[in-house]
Each structure stands twice: as C-alpha cells, then as structure tokens.
Design a protein around this ligand. Structure first.
Ligand code: BV8
Ligand code: ZN
Length: 258
C-alpha cells in the first residue's frame, strides 16, 4: 500500500480544476513500448527517420510498416488500471462540479477505451488516416486489413495515405493545443504522468501550470527533466500509483466530507 503526503491528498480533494498530461509511460503497463526507455521505440531508429514527413517521403513503406507494427500491438492490448483510475477521477470531479482535463501525447486511444471523455490528443491518433497530399480523411483501419504493406493511395488525388498522428516539425492541432494551454493556466493541480517531458510544446505545459499557481505533481518511476521543478514526485508506475492515489483521495473526502 503506497502512502501519499496529506497536503497532496487534500489539494487533490479540494481542487476544482485538475489538468493531467500523459505520455507513453501511462501505456507501458498495457504492453505498449515507450519511446525513450532503453527498449523503447526510438532505440532502433531516430525519431526524425520515422515520425516525420521527411522520413515518410524518403521511405514511405518503412514508415508505414512501423505504424502497422504499432497498430498491431495497440489492437491487442487493453487499458491498464492507471487508465481506468484517470477515467474514474474525471467522473468523480465532474460529479462534484469540478473538472479534470486529460491532455495526452499518446496516440493509442487507450484513455478513450478506459472511459475518459473530451481527451485532448496533442499528437493525434494512430487509428485514423488521411491523405498526405489533399488531407481528405481516408477510411482504412488496420483492423479492416492488417496486410496493407504500403501506404494506400487517395481515391481523390492519388496521394499517399498517412496515419493521423502529429509528426516532428508539424504543428499540433491549434484548437486542442489552445485548450491544453487553457487547462494548464487555470488548474489547481497539474499531474504530469508517464512522460519524459522532452517533446515540445507538450513539455512546456507542466511548468506553465506551475507558473500560474498550480501544484505540480510528477508520477514516473524514473527522474526526468521536470522532476526538480515538481512540488510532489511519486516515483512509481502509474498503473500502481493512480488507483491508490484515487482511493486515498476518496477516503479523505468522505472522512472530512469535503
Ligand atoms: C513542432 C506522434 C513546430 C507520432 C510524436 C529543440 C527544442 C525544443 C523543441 C524542439 C527542438 N528541436 C525540435 C523541436 C520541436 C520538436 C521537439 O520537441 N523535439 C524534441 C525531441 C526536442 N517538436 C515538434 O516537432 C512538434 N512540432 O514543434 O512544430 C512548428 C510550428 C509552426 C509550424 C510548423 C511547425 C511535434 C512534436 C510531436 C511529435 N510526435 N508522436 C508517433 O507517435 O509516432 S512525439 C512522441 O514523443 C510521442 O507522441 C510521445 O508521446 C512523445 C513524448 O514522449 P513520451 O510520451 O514522454 O514518452 P517517452 O518514452 O519519452 O517517456 C516515457 C516516460 O514514461 C519515461 O519518463 C519513463 O520513465 C516513464 N515510464 C515508463 N514506464 C512507466 C512510466 N511512467 C509511469 N508508469 C510507468 N509504468
Ligand atoms: Zn488526396
């Protein structure tokens, strides 16, 4: 059983607005490889080679194949207790007239499958596809036909189809990023969970929240560039920490009938 500082539990129970930024670490316990851990996705390749338009144009089949391999994993895995705890926390705040805004860098949609709503997907999603030339949505899904080895062609303009993720050097969806900044600037508590906090502009959100007066909490079994700035550090896997954190919040709330 983990223990948390009373002032952290009280801050979470009394919070009206909580913002959460998740990264690949939240999906690690579901069996989805992270990016920068030793056995991570980038271990074999450099990000620019694969997760960029240049990389895609240089070697469309390699990049397409890499996404197909990741889609195969994501089709197979399920949300873990950390995903479910975040969905339950979001409902708990809503019942009390508060709000938990979930901002994710992940493209696996496991937060949606765990029941989280209004998820702000900063880096898009790996499930959908669109035309890299005319940007029309393309309705191919991996589950329709896993054996598509090359990027399909757009039926309107013949352009190559690409996954609906945000690549390096590409802008994040403007409205989603604006909503994420708003949540960071107006929250009482900001939880940075399972992210190395290295990829911008997402990585700027935790400090932005702190500068606006939020209590900054990091949940990550390993230190990151953010750790020194965090008010609270929970050095544990999110799949273990989040259910216990939520349980102890509820106990405190009912005991103090806050
Ligand atoms: C943009 C989608 C501009 C694709 C991804 C120099 C300085 C600052 C910025 C830059 C710079 N040079 C270049 C840039 C910009 C660049 C950037 O930030 N580069 C970094 C590397 C320096 N950013 C961009 O290019 C962005 N766009 O800036 O556009 C622009 C402006 C105007 C007009 C045009 C353009 C776009 C960035 C988005 C890139 N897309 N993914 C795909 O998925 O294939 S990024 C990729 O990294 C994923 O989205 C991933 O989520 C993200 C961040 O990684 P993490 O999620 O943090 O994962 P990581 O493996 O790193 O860490 C996992 C953590 O989990 C670890 O800390 C580990 O300890 C922890 N963990 C492990 N197990 C657990 C755990 N935690 C909890 N529980 C566990 N069980
Ligand atoms: Zn097209």
């Amino acid at each position: 059983m983990m223990t948390f500082h009373q002032h952290l539990l009280r801050a979470l129970v009394e919070a009206r607005a909580v913002a959460v930024l998740t990264g690949a670490g939240v999906s690690a316990e579901s069996g989805v490889a992270t990016f920068r851990d030793p056995n991570g996705l980038w271990a074999k390749f450099r990000p620019e080679e694969l997760a960029s338009m240049d990389g895609f144009l240089k070697n469309p089949a390699l990049v397409w194949e890499w996404y197909q391999a990741r889609r195969e994993v994501i089709e197979r895995v399920t949300p873990n207790p950390g995903h479910y705890a975040l969905a339950a926390m979001q409902a708990w705040y809503a019942e009390r007239g508060g709000a938990l805004t979930l901002i994710t860098q992940n493209v696996d949609r496991l937060h949606h499958r765990a029941g989280s709503t209004d998820v702000l997907e900063l880096h898009g999603n790996i499930v959908e596809n669109y035309c890299s030339r005319c940007t029309r949505p393309h309705d191919y899904r991996y589950s329709d036909n896993p054996d598509v080895k090359e990027p399909p062609r757009c039926s309107y303009c013949g352009g190559m189809i690409r996954p609906a993720v945000v690549w390096f050097g590409e802008m994040l969806p403007v409205n989603i990023l604006a909503a994420a900044h708003h949540a960071a600037e107006h929250c009482d508590v900001f939880l940075s969970i399972g992210t190395s906090a290295e990829v911008y502009p997402a990585a700027g959100l935790p400090l932005e929240a702190k500068q606006h007066g939020a209590l900054l909490v990091e949940i990550n079994p390993h230190p990151t560039v953010l750790t020194r700035y965090a008010d609270e550090v929970i050095a544990a896997p999110s799949g273990e920490a989040l259910p216990q954190l939520f349980e102890q919040m509820r106990l405190l709330s009912s005991a103090a009938s806050i």
